[in-house]
Design a protein around this ligand. Structure first.
Ligand SMILES: C[S@@+](CC[C@H](N)C(=O)[O-])C[C@H]1O[C@@H](n2cnc3c(N)ncnc32)[C@H](O)[C@@H]1O
Length: 463
């Protein structure tokens, strides 16, 4: 055919796979791979090994290296004990090339080695095409992590019929679920993964289901700066935005150390440090402060506040009012309305004028109510505010009458003495270390704090 006649047809599936790969290709550094293969006792203690999402083949080539120490390079059957699957054609080709090079180095001819690599590494989708019955003794690798909503729609549609609901929040969950199905009795899964499936409440059902097949025989945190060698789409030197762990899951037939249940698991945490201490939730009320929507509607500055009836205004505080342990004087106000009660005419006019600016998320059917109402908040007592994104649970004292907003955490006690005790306990180093052990990690040493989490915070009450 004449070259000019070649027309490239659009291939939406190839495009979707490309997007998926770009979003998930964080490859594992060699020392981490070696450590996992050692823990898995490959190849001595197992017959068949698979990396279900092999990327450019680091797990495969390190597994091959260890296998070649005990089998002959010309023994095809022995080499086929290693299998890799990879959805992305180019990454798959890179993995095959790596295997080929290693086999040539060990003495196979180039053609022969390339054929072996083709038989070992498959360009296929592990979620839809892998067997659903026990097929491998070892599953090793670094499965893709990607929130379900970020998986290209075309692939999500394909996965919908094969991924059960409890595993459909993140590709990582889907892979963990699928990998426990392909694991033979007595087998082990050795993975580098993001820590989210161990910690997130959302993964409780997944943990419970996995726990019916496997339990944890090894778990440790890894340093994101050194665990990966080609972080996805990052500037050179910046670590990927995951909090990795190395985990070995052993099928229940083996002696293991830690069962997997609905309970969250916090890698490396010694629970005895916190045993016997009262929790914040047993002493105080911890609430999520309301979000009032787009500024200028229910949340107004001092200039607008001066045009509205003062008895319907409440001074507010959020993280932008906090600095160096101090709380700045109020400069913004919330308009207080009640369900089913018409506000004064000046407030009605203000809300009618400004409501079109409210973000969709903040719109409510009741025209006088903010996105999250606070008319029932008791502001008669001083409270403590803990920012929802923080490095420690540092409390800020908020005077009575001032409303915390913006999904920060508000703590109220029955008495002033109790509030002071709680304030002291939140400053204690143990409170910070508990948060570091238990809160979801964000970037740059920050943690995400929620009301359910803070209620569980153990307190060292000062004498
Ligand atoms: C985090 S990388 C890990 C690669 C390799 N295991 C390593 O540790 O270096 C994940 C890989 O999974 C691949 N992947 C994503 N979804 C897949 C699927 N459904 N089936 C097979 N591979 C998939 C991506 O293309 C990407 O190369």
């Amino acid at each position: 055919m004449n070259r000019e006649n070649l027309v490239l047809l659009p291939d939406p599936r190839a495009d979707a796979i490309h997007v998926l790969h770009a979003a998930t290709a964080i490859y594992t550094a060699e020392p981490v791979v070696n450590q996992l293969l050692e823990l898995l006792q490959w190849p001595q203690q197992a017959n068949q090994l698979i990396d279900p999402s092999c990327g450019d083949g680091m797990f495969l080539v390190r597994a091959l290296e260890r296998l070649l120490a005990v089998v002959d390079v010309h023994d095809d059957q022995a080499l086929l004990r290693i299998q890799g699957w990879e959805i992305h054609p180019q990454a798959c080709a890179e993995a095959r090339q790596r295997i080929t090079t290693r086999l040539v180095l060990a003495g196979r001819s180039a053609t022969d080695a390339a054929q072996m690599a083709l038989a070992m590494v498959h360009n296929r989708d592990f979620l839809t095409e892998s067997p659903t019955t026990p097929s491998w003794d070892i599953v090793a690798g670094n499965p893709p992590y990607l929130r379900w909503l970020n998986v290209p729609q075309l692939l999500r549609d394909e996965y919908r019929s094969v991924v059960p609901g409890y595993a459909a929040m993140d590709l990582l969950y889907s892979f963990l679920d699928r990998c426990t199905r392909v694991l033979r009795l007595g087998g082990r899964i050795g993975f580098v993964t993001a820590d989210r499936w161990l910690i997130n409440d959302q993964a409780a059902n997944l943990r419970e289901r996995l726990g019916q097949v496997v339990s944890i025989s090894h778990l440790e945190r890894l340093d994101a700066k050194t665990a990966f060698y080609r972080p996805k789409q990052r500037h050179a030197g910046t670590p990927p935005r995951v909090h990795p762990v190395a985990v070995v899951l052993a099928s229940s037939a083996q002696q293991t150390t830690q069962p997997l249940t609905r309970q969250a698991i916090y890698p490396g945490v010694d629970a005895r440090r916190y045993a016997g201490l009262p929790t914040l939730g047993s002493i105080a009320r911890v609430k999520l402060a309301p979000w009032l929507g787009t500024a200028g509607v229910f949340l107004v500055d001092a200039v607008t506040a001066a045009t509205l009836p003062a008895e319907h205004l409440v001074p507010v505080v959020d993280a932008s009012d906090l600095e160096n342990g101090q709380v700045r004087a109020a400069s913004r106000y919330a308009i207080r309305t009640k369900p089913g009660v018409q506000p004064p005419i000046a407030i009605q006019q203000h809300l009618q004028r400004e409501m079109s600016r409210m973000s969709n998320r903040g719109k409510r059917t009741s025209p006088w109510m903010p996105p999250e109402s606070f008319h029932h908040w008791d502001l008669d007592r001083p409270s403590l505010l803990v920012p929802r994104i923080a490095k420690s649970p540092q409390p800020y004292r908020i005077e009575a009458g001032r409303l915390p907003i913006g999904h920060n955490l508000s703590i109220v006690c029955e008495t002033k003495t109790e509030l002071e005790c709680v304030e002291g306990a939140l400053h204690h180093p143990l409170a910070t270390s508990w948060i570091h052990d238990h809160a979801p990690r964000l970037e740059d040493g920050y943690f995400s704090l929620t009301a359910p989490l803070l209620r569980r915070l153990p307190l060292v009450i000062p004498d």
